[in-house]
Write a protein that binds this ligand. Structure first.
Ligand code: 13P
Ligand code: SF4
Length: 350
């Protein structure tokens, strides 16, 4: 990265001192992550968002739904800034508030809504988290999906999980002992979600038809191929990958789990990692004594995470240093109230 920009970012951050708190998701570029005060997966960043109540500005290097959650969890006088407003998430966009309301109407028509506890993945907009909070549900991330789904299933005996069908299915089948037949997929673009009332009555897990455009690209062939090329390789994947990828892998885990696993791995061991490429490259560079590689042969960054680059970070920090607050993410008070209920329920999970 451009040394002049690195210097400008460092100078602006130093000028702001304790007035700015920079959070960085593990999928961020190296040039950005080096300026983060705290790095983490989406769970850790949600926990840490409120860690510096004295900082008026929280610069969030990640994507829009994470910045919304940070706004909900920080104090009212704090402002959360997203350096590029175009940093969204294709998965979060696969469930809109209107579609979720329509889905709930379908569940009501089928006579099952009273039994359903909704669980939304962190990767969803604040208004969907608010919907879930209003209906007694919980937010989860990939690091606590089993605990959240166990909690919801114990409460209702039927769960609506959105928007990532893969995380929902993988958790239900591989960690909760459900069968594939216990899960049905609700398609927001089809009439009645493409499901009959009988299917909705029989299902334990109603999964939303959404997926991550990065993790959804790994295939069973990528696993077979790396096993053929690299003898003794360990395949380690994120649970947003498809079910057939996850069942072919050796280990499955959230971003933090993947990092800890590579840190603890034996020198000389080989790892094919199925997650976002900025993180895999960083792990490979940090562990030259281990053979860490990307699971697929094609390049696969999260394009929206990558929108936060050094020029955008410099712009945000220098604007703040001049007293100009740009790109504030603010969730309206009513939505925030109910979304906070669902987020607090997650943070309180046993
Ligand atoms: P985690 O940070 O919870 O592992 O989620 C992965 C992801 O896709 C974030 O966008
Ligand atoms: Fe969304 Fe997938 Fe990118 Fe995460 S990696 S921000 S889920 S598109």
């Amino acid at each position: 990265s451009d040394p002049a920009l690195v210097e400008r970012a460092a100078a602006a951050k130093a000028a702001l001192g304790d007035r700015v708190f920079v959070l960085g998701h593990h999928y961020q570029r190296d040039e950005v992550i080096r300026f983060a005060d705290v790095t983490g997966d989406s769970f850790k960043l949600a926990q840490q968002a409120a860690a510096r109540p004295e900082a008026p500005y929280v610069v969030f290097c990640g994507v829009h739904f994470m910045a919304e959650s940070a706004d909900i969890l920080t104090a009212p006088h704090q402002q959360v800034i997203l350096p590029d407003l175009g940093a969204g998430c294709s998965m979060a966009d696969m469930a809109t508030f209107d579609q979720v309301e329509e889905c709930w109407d379908v569940l009501e028509d089928a006579g099952v809504a009273d039994d359903v506890v909704p669980v939304t993945y962190m990767n969803s907009s604040a208004d969907i988290k608010g919907f879930v909070g209003r209906h007694g549900g919980v937010v989860c991330t990939s690091s606590n999906a089993k605990r959240a789904l166990d909690w919801a299933y114990a409460k209702g005996k039927k769960v609506l999980f959105l928007p990532d069908q893969h995380l929902g299915r993988n958790t239900a089948v591989l960690e909760m002992g459900f069968s594939l037949d216990d899960c049905v997929v609700y398609s927001p673009h089809r009439r009645e979600g493409g499901l009959s009332h009988a299917q909705l009555r029989d299902a334990k897990m109603i999964l939303w038809r959404g997926h991550c455009s990065v993790h959804g690209r790994f295939t069973r062939e990528s696993v077979d191929d790396v096993r053929a090329r690299v003898p003794g390789v360990n395949v380690l994947v994120h649970p947003e990958c498809r079910h057939e990828v996850v069942t072919a892998a050796d280990q499955i885990g959230s971003t933090e789990y993947i990092i800890k696993t590579i840190e603890a791995a034996e020198p000389g061991s080989s790892w094919a990692v199925g997650t976002e490429l900025n993180l895999v490259r960083r792990l490979a560079n940090a562990h030259p004594d281990k053979n860490v590689m990307f699971l697929d042969k094609t390049v696969c960054y999260c394009s929206t995470m990558n929108r936060i680059d050094l020029p955008h970070l410099v712009w945000s920090l220098e604007s703040l240093a001049r007293g100009e607050v740009e790109n504030v993410i603010r969730v309206d008070e009513e939505t925030a109230h109910y979304a906070r209920k669902a987020l607090d329920q997650m943070l309180a999970l046993p």
